[in-house]
Design a protein around this ligand. Structure first.
Ligand SMILES: Cc1cc2nc3c(=O)[nH]c(=O)nc-3n(C[C@H](O)[C@H](O)[C@H](O)COP(=O)(O)OP(=O)(O)OC[C@H]3O[C@@H](n4cnc5c(N)ncnc54)[C@H](O)[C@@H]3O)c2cc1C
Length: 278
């Protein structure tokens, strides 16, 4: 089993990429501030919301970018509803599957275009299940489990200020059937398998909530990774501006960190590049 990697097959995974990821984890674990796992009360969205509230201007939401046009004097961003925005530079932070749907005019340089087209993006589905009664205290087994069971994936036991939860996270090959399934189907499948493997859970769970990252229209997956050969072929190219005025940022563009920290690292780098160019 691939330690939770959202990859369908080992031969599609770059060893260099995994070494990079593991060294980032080692650095993080060596940090004085490291604790095994930390949660944000109310959910991770509270962090960008707080960052947004600290800005001296409004952010416009619900703008679905369709095209980015670069000109000599600046860039124009065109939305599906016809709205247009002009600026000297643009920082594009959409995940790779969404960036592939944006029309760049003129087209991106060859290596940028290749990185956008071929950076693989993991697939995964989360099912959050409130626990009304701690069934693991009844059957005497741990609440969480890590299994190659194709319907259940990994189950993590979470104790939150709002109560106990189980988080079933199904990624990679185990997630294949869920990629085209609606939320009710996913929920029914996961709960049935949970109760089959842990009969004590029956009647002790609340209403589950599904986030199917593979079907989420503005995510279309989970994490970027690299296939064999891609690190040396175009690793890092998106961290350089395209057509002088188009900058990329996001988890898939970071050079060192991964996850949210990677998104922040790449965002800081892109902002620095824009400020330097202005
Ligand atoms: C299940 C799961 C668990 C995770 N757990 C952790 C964790 O514990 N720690 C951690 O550090 N990271 C974790 N991550 C990863 C973390 O969520 C991502 O790395 C991070 O959110 C990436 O940030 P981003 O800004 O690159 O992309 P996103 O957060 O995906 O933001 C991209 C934005 O672009 C918008 N967008 C997309 N297309 C368009 C378009 N055409 N026009 C306009 N807007 C568009 C989207 O709506 C979205 O707001 C997890 C991810 C998943 C799926």
């Amino acid at each position: 089993m691939l330690r939770g990697e959202a990859v369908d097959s080992l031969d599609r995974l770059s060893t260099l990429w995994m070494l990079r990821r593991d060294s980032a984890r080692d650095l993080s674990r060596a940090s004085e501030n490291h604790r095994a796992i930390q949660f944000v009360v109310g959910g991770m969205s509270r962090v960008p919301e707080a960052m947004q509230a600290s800005l001296p201007f409004e952010i416009e939401f619900d703008r679905h970018v369709a095209a980015i046009r670069g000109g000599r004097s600046g860039v124009e961003v065109v939305c599906h509803d016809g709205a247009k925005y002009r600026a000297k530079h643009v920082i594009c932070t959409t995940p790779p599957p969404l960036t592939r749907m944006i029309a760049f005019d003129p087209g991106l340089p060859a290596l940028h275009a290749e990185a956008v087209a071929f950076t693989p993006f993991g697939q995964g589905t989360s099912v959050m299940i409130p626990v009304r009664e701690r069934f693991w205290e009844i059957d005497g087994r741990p609440g969480g489990s890590w299994t190659d069971n194709n319907r259940l994936g990994r189950v993590m036991q979470l104790a939150t200020p709002e109560g106990d939860y189980l988080w079933a996270y199904i990624s990679g090959r185990a997630n294949m059937a869920y990629r085209s399934m609606d939320d009710e189907g996913v929920k029914a499948s996961v709960l049935a398998e949970l109760v089959r493997t842990r009969p004590a859970a029956e009647g002790r769970l609340g209403e589950a909530k599904v986030v199917n990252w593979s079907r989420a229209p503005f995510a279309r997956g989970t994490f970027a990774r690299a296939e064999p050969g891609q690190v040396s072929r175009f690793g890092g190219v998106l961290a350089t501006p395209a057509n002088r005025r188009i900058h990329f940022a996001g988890e898939h563009v970071s050079l060192r960190a991964s996850g949210i920290e990677g998104a922040l690292e790449s965002g800081e780098r892109a902002a620095h590049d824009v400020l330097t160019a202005l």
